[in-house]
Design a protein around this ligand. Structure first.
Ligand code: SF4
Ligand code: SF4
Length: 240
């Protein structure tokens, strides 16, 4: 499986060691790929979510513009559209649907397309589909009254392009203003999550799908650390 680590490094299928260790011609259902990270979703998988086979709470979004490591270009580049992925179990890479006891997939008959086409011994098919027809939050949330507006507003106010813009200014004359704008973004990111949970009665487990991972965590990709004291954020001084 293609995995994305906590610095958003996309690790290609060829990282599956089984390919070099064994010469196999069919899937042994060993689970190695499932332990290395869950799939990204494509339009073909939409019905799995709409029919409730895979619940939103098991998903998270890498938002459009969020940096991810491009293994071809060997650097972090912004993703061109949302990537919707299955969460890992307990902060590990292991797909949440992998059943360790049986070494099997709990949704095997209804697993997403990437899982179905993945052949660790021949990655051509998954490479062919990987960037095509990616499912986005809009595909899933557009018709939910009020909710899509919130997602759009959050994306506009807390876009990674904006964060990137202000992070670049941290080395310049307008550093203090840039710090304030980053705090504003963090504050909005926090408050919208709180709002939809408290007022909208949203399951908090759905937040990483709706608004991506909290910026307080992903800001590390920009070489910054944040601490929260008495309800206020403080950027770590090493980059300032
Ligand atoms: S594709 Fe099949 S054989 Fe290859 S790592 Fe995955 S489960 Fe194992
Ligand atoms: S959905 Fe199933 S087949 Fe796909 S990575 Fe998860 S456990 Fe493996």
């Amino acid at each position: 499986m293609i995995k994305i680590d906590n610095k958003n490094h996309i690790i290609p299928d060829s990282s599956l060691s089984i390919k070099s260790e064994n010469s196999i011609a069919e899937c042994k259902r060993c689970g190695t790929c499932c332990k290395k990270g869950g799939p990204c979703f494509h339009v073909e998988d939409k019905m799995l979510i709409e029919k409730g086979v895979i619940l939103i709470k098991y998903l998270y979004t890498i938002r459009k513009g969020e940096p991810a490591y491009d293994n071809i270009k060997k650097c972090l580049i912004p993703v061109s559209s949302d990537l919707i992925k299955i969460k890992g179990r307990n902060d590990s890479w292991e797909c949440i649907f992998f059943d360790e006891k049986d070494n099997s997939c709990k949704i095997y008959d209804k697993r997403p397309i990437e899982c179905r086409v993945l052949k660790c011994w021949d990655t051509r098919e998954i490479e062919r589909i990987y960037s095509k027809n990616r499912l986005t939050r809009k595909d899933l949330v557009y018709r939910v009254e009020g909710l899509w507006n919130l997602v759009e507003e959050h994306q506009s106010r807390c876009s990674y392009d904006k964060i990137r813009h202000f992070v670049k200014k941290l080395d310049g004359e307008k550093k203090n203003e840039a710090i304030e704008r980053i705090y504003d973004i963090l504050s909005y990111d926090d408050s919208i999550r709180e709002l939809v949970v408290k007022k909208g009665k949203m399951d908090p487990e759905n937040l990483e799908f709706l608004f991506g991972r909290p910026i307080v965590a992903t800001i590390r990709m920009f070489g910054l650390k944040l601490e929260k004291k008495d309800g206020k954020y403080y950027l770590s001084p090493d980059k300032l």
